[in-house]
Design a protein. Structure first.
Ligand SMILES: Cc1cc2nc3c(=O)[nH]c(=O)nc-3n(C[C@H](O)[C@H](O)[C@H](O)COP(=O)(O)OP(=O)(O)OC[C@H]3O[C@@H](n4cnc5c(N)ncnc54)[C@H](O)[C@@H]3O)c2cc1C
Ligand SMILES: Cc1cc2nc3c(=O)[nH]c(=O)nc-3n(C[C@H](O)[C@H](O)[C@H](O)COP(=O)(O)O)c2cc1C
Lengths: 445, 422
């Protein structure tokens, strides 16, 4: 049965509390910061898509120069606060910390980054000032990580920025997609406010490209346009029964979760989640935390090929989610229009596919899971129709660019998930920086 | 099992570890706790004329998250009435007759005062005296402490007065607030002191509060120079100790080594450079008396491994190994070697060598891990990389003599050999 209001208010609070709590005291942060070896040409920097000077910002914590520490972070990554909460650090900075090679716990870089950036936000330290106006105006479409990052660099350089955002709030998937136990709506809003507090960034909400504005209009009104619309649409499974009540796509499901009260979120008793990416983990974990009795993640391949990290998988497992390996959804069976069962094909591993991972091959055997809800997290699709209508050259909807960010249309640049097809926040932030650099070059300022 | 028993001029203690004259030894309650914990002896907090202390009194230097690398105080000699001290000393000696009880003294600057003080203390069962000529603050302004110890003539004069009256062994404690401790040490030996101890604290300013701009320790908006001790001063103490152990006059008497002793290894080093007993203050003030357990166990285990049965088997063994620069062998050469299996690619060796030494480390770019190798032909064998490397035994120095024979600087010059290596 699918129902809401399964838990008490306290249970909801506990289930959606911050999964990585911050350092409680200056001493606690200092102990960890002092462990840092202050590597030269540090592997952690090279493993951060935005190349934050990590040893430097950590050293600055040890010298009580927290303002300097926050500046070191933000100068490379204006979403450094959010990234400290959402980055899959185990495969980025922390994953390459030299302590791993000593078989020691890596430095808790994310937590230290959170320490400095949180202080900066709490005290509203203004760490950047705008250069004198250069008279140029740039439009950005999408107030997600890529758009905000691009906007901040442009504003710092004296360019006026207007962001067109289709939602009522900024932050992009940070606000609408990422798991609720990583970031709260309040934090996301505060982060957007902190970023825009530099001035010169005007966000026009509820303005969608393709609906309220067109690329043609924008290129006429502005000196340049940066597209950062992300990827939006959930990939369909294309199996019978996908239209039954109780079949949800993870992106919209999480969107609802992030925009409603937990107690209003309906969830099934027995939930199947399709896929094993970050989104699948988030969907499974959050379904469990909303009060689902059983959650089973259905994945086509094995542990070795899984796209999520070990850390992510552990979160789901510790929450009690099961994983059905080598299983692909074949059909959803309903009763009175509602989900009743999920029929899966049993797979085996075959030859490596384009991604280099062994591909799943149908064995012909099937098995059935009794479920009342199916959440699809089999990947996201770019906004193909929109980019085609606007005349943007693309590859199955992913906007094609040169020099990381230059599109086929004069004055128009793009970056983030809408170009890379969906990576992490930190990649989108770097894309925004690259976009801004190229735009500034184009504007000749 | 090694025997830690120590006989210092007939002052016997079950181990060479004494608590230095300071707050840990300033009253019966502390001293009994120390003896119960296992300390070999104490040097009772300095007695003299009645003084008054201020508040606050201590400050410290922290380093890289470690508290109290260096410790600083502006306390005076004992501020408790002499009678109470004497009564308690007597009680402690009775309760623990097998432990060393040395009493530190600092009388006013005249023969009568010294004679009177010695008389009063001698009856109480103490085994020896230590003359405090070292306190760098508070007492110097009264012409006492370091003011005495800095002037060899006055040092000698007072030691003479003391030796006239004392019937138990006398140790003269030297101040490090001098260019060399040897002149005062010689004066004390010539005047008849039975032993020397060193070092007392080093004058210092440990830091400034960057909000109030007042240095610490803080006393109502002001501060004064204090006396610095603890781990930070150990290398200075060892150097001064060596000069005393090598000097033909001062080396005639036993030495009690002091200054930054924190672990059994520190103690072994002081003893290798000539200390018969070692004294500890800061380490006890930081951790309490329980550290005596590892001091004894560690030293004893090391002695067993080295085959030393008693402490006199190794006391002073390193003294002759410190020589003059011009006697070092110029043909000795070693170069660094990085064990690639142990290397964690932190790059610390590289940047230190590249920016500040001899550009002898090669960086081969990798993402995320660079590979670092030694350019042997550039390496002068300075040790910097090895000192900085965070992994034990990852960087080692490999001997590569320039030539088999010994040649020192004097010979080198005499033979007119080339000077420029570069
Ligand atoms: C469920 C889920 C969980 C994730 N978890 C993590 C995580 O834990 N850690 C992590 O680092 N990354 C995570 N990601 C990925 C991350 O959120 C994205 O990579 C990142 O947000 C991309 O930033 P962006 O600015 O390119 O796009 P988005 O964040 O998608 O922002 C695009 C913005 O453009 C707006 N927009 C879209 N279309 C239009 C239009 N037509 N007109 C105007 N505005 C428009 C959108 O409303 C949005 O505000 C997750 C993604 C998902 C889906
Ligand atoms: C708080 C304090 C008070 C001290 N008082 C005396 C003293 O009264 N007489 C004395 O000879 N030395 C005194 N000292 C110096 C110690 O005896 C010792 O020489 C010095 O601290 C170095 O040893 P350490 O590094 O183990 O602390 C004092 C040291 C401290 C820290």
């Amino acid at each position: 049965m699918i129902s809401n209001n399964r838990l008490t208010e306290l249970e909801y609070q506990a289930n959606f509390a911050d999964i990585h709590p911050p350092f409680e005291t200056r001493d606690a942060a200092a102990v960890e910061a002092n462990r840092c070896l202050f590597c030269y040409d540090a592997p952690c920097i090279k493993s951060c898509p935005t190349s934050i000077n990590i040893p430097k910002f950590i050293k600055q914590i040890t010298t009580d120069n927290i303002k300097g520490s926050a500046h070191t972070i933000f100068v490379s990554n204006i979403m450094g606060a959010g990234c400290s909460k959402v980055c899959p650090v185990e495969k980025l900075c922390e994953g390459s910390c030299v302590y791993n090679l000593m078989h020691e716990e890596p430095i808790n870089i994310a937590k230290l980054q959170r320490y400095s950036t949180e202080a900066a936000m709490a005290n509203n330290w203004q760490l950047f000032s705008r250069k004198e106006s250069n008279g140029k105006k740039v439009a950005i479409i999408g107030a997600g990580p890529a758009g905000l990052s691009c906007a901040h660099v442009l504003s710092r350089e004296g360019t006026d920025v207007t962001i067109y955002e289709k939602e009522a709030l900024g932050g992009g998937l940070m606000t609408y997609g990422i798991a609720a136990y990583k970031v709260t709506p309040e934090f996301c809003k505060a982060e957007v406010d902190y970023i825009t507090s530099i001035g010169g960034i005007d966000i026009k909400y509820n303005q969608a490209l393709g609906k309220d504005v067109s690329l043609k209009q924008l290129t006429e009104q502005y000196d340049a346009v940066y597209i950062a619309i992300g990827v939006g649409e959930a990939r369909q499974l294309d199996i019978p029964g996908e239209d039954l009540a109780g079949v949800e796509d993870a992106i919209s499901y999480i969107y609802h979760l992030r925009t409603s009260d937990y107690k209003e979120m309906p969830v099934g008793d027995r939930v199947a989640v399709i896929g094993l990416g970050m989104t699948a983990i988030d969907a499974a974990t959050q379904a469990k935390r909303l009060g689902a009795k059983d959650v089973t993640i259905v994945y086509r391949r094995t542990y070795d090929e899984k796209p999520c990290t070990d850390v992510e998988l552990d979160i789901a497992k510790l929450d009690g989610c099961q994983v059905e390996w080598l299983a692909a959804p074949k059909e959803i069976i309903g009763e009175n229009g509602k989900v009743k069962q999920l029929v899966c094909s049993r797979m085996k591993l075959g030859e490596p596919d384009a991604s280099g991972r062994k591909s799943p091959v149908d064995t012909g055997e099937t098995f059935t899971l009794d479920v009342d809800m199916v959440i699809k997290a089999a990947g996201q699709m770019p906004f193909s129709e929109l980019v085609n209508t606007e005349g943007l050259k693309n590859n199955y909807g992913k906007i094609s660019v040169e020099n990381k960010t230059v599109t086929n249309i004069n004055k128009v640049f793009a970056g983030g998930d809408c170009v890379n097809g969906g990576k992490e926040v930190v990649d989108a932030v770097q894309a925004g920086k690259d976009g801004a650099a190229e735009i500034l070059k184009f504007l000749g300022v | 099992m090694a025997d830690l028993f120590t006989d210092f001029l007939g002052i016997k203690s079950p181990n060479p570890f004494w608590l230095a004259s300071a707050p840990p030894t300033d009253k019966k309650i502390n001293v009994l706790r120390a003896f119960e914990a296992g300390w070999g002896g104490v040097v009772w907090k300095t007695l003299g004329s009645q003084v008054k202390n201020v508040s606050s009194r201590y400050s410290a230097v922290d380093y890289h998250g470690s508290r109290v690398m260096g410790f600083n105080n502006i306390e005076l000699i004992s501020d408790r009435p002499l009678d109470i001290n004497l009564k308690e000393i007597e009680e402690c000696v009775k309760l623990f007759p097998d432990r060393a009880m040395v009493v530190s003294l600092m009388a006013d600057n005249n023969r009568k005062a010294w004679h009177e003080l010695i008389k009063k203390v001698e009856d109480r069962g103490a085994h020896g005296f230590e003359l405090n000529f070292g306190c760098p603050h508070g007492m110097t302004e009264r012409g006492l402490g370091a003011a005495v110890g800095q002037d060899p003539e006055i040092t000698g004069m007072i030691v003479e007065w003391v030796m006239e009256a004392a019937t138990i062994p006398v140790i003269t404690k030297l101040t490090p607030n001098v260019h060399s401790v040897v002149p005062a040490g010689r004066a004390a030996v010539k005047a008849g002191t039975n032993a020397l101890s060193l070092i007392n604290t080093i004058q210092s300013v440990t830091g400034i509060d960057l909000d109030t701009l007042v240095p610490n320790p803080y006393v109502d908006g002001k501060s004064v120079f204090g006396g610095y001790c603890g781990p930070a001063v150990k290398p200075i103490a060892l150097k001064m100790l060596t000069t005393i152990a090598q000097d033909p006059v001062t080396s005639r008497v036993p030495i009690s080594g002091i200054g930054g002793v924190t672990t059994w290894k520190d103690a072994a080093e002081f003893m290798l450079l000539g200390s018969t007993s070692v004294q500890v203050c800061t380490a006890a003030m930081k951790h309490g008396f329980r550290i005596i357990e590892d001091l004894c166990e560690g030293l004893s285990n090391w002695m067993d491994e080295k085959g030393y049965r008693k402490t006199t088997d190794f006391i002073g063994k390193s003294v002759e190994k410190i020589t003059h620069w011009e006697d070092l062998d110029i043909n000795y050469h070693h170069v660094a070697n990085i064990n690639q299996d142990k290397c964690i690619h932190c790059g610390l060796c590289y940047i230190a060598c590249e920016d500040t030494s001899h550009q002898s480390i090669n960086l081969q770019y990798g993402k995320p891990y660079n590979t670092y190798t030694i350019k042997e032909e550039e390496c002068v064998g300075c040790n910097l990389c090895k000192l900085i490397c965070p992994v034990d035994n990852c960087i080692t120095m490999v001997e590569q003599r320039v030539a088999p024979e010994y040649i020192n600087w004097k010979e080198w010059q005499k033979q007119g050999l080339p000077l420029n290596d570069h």
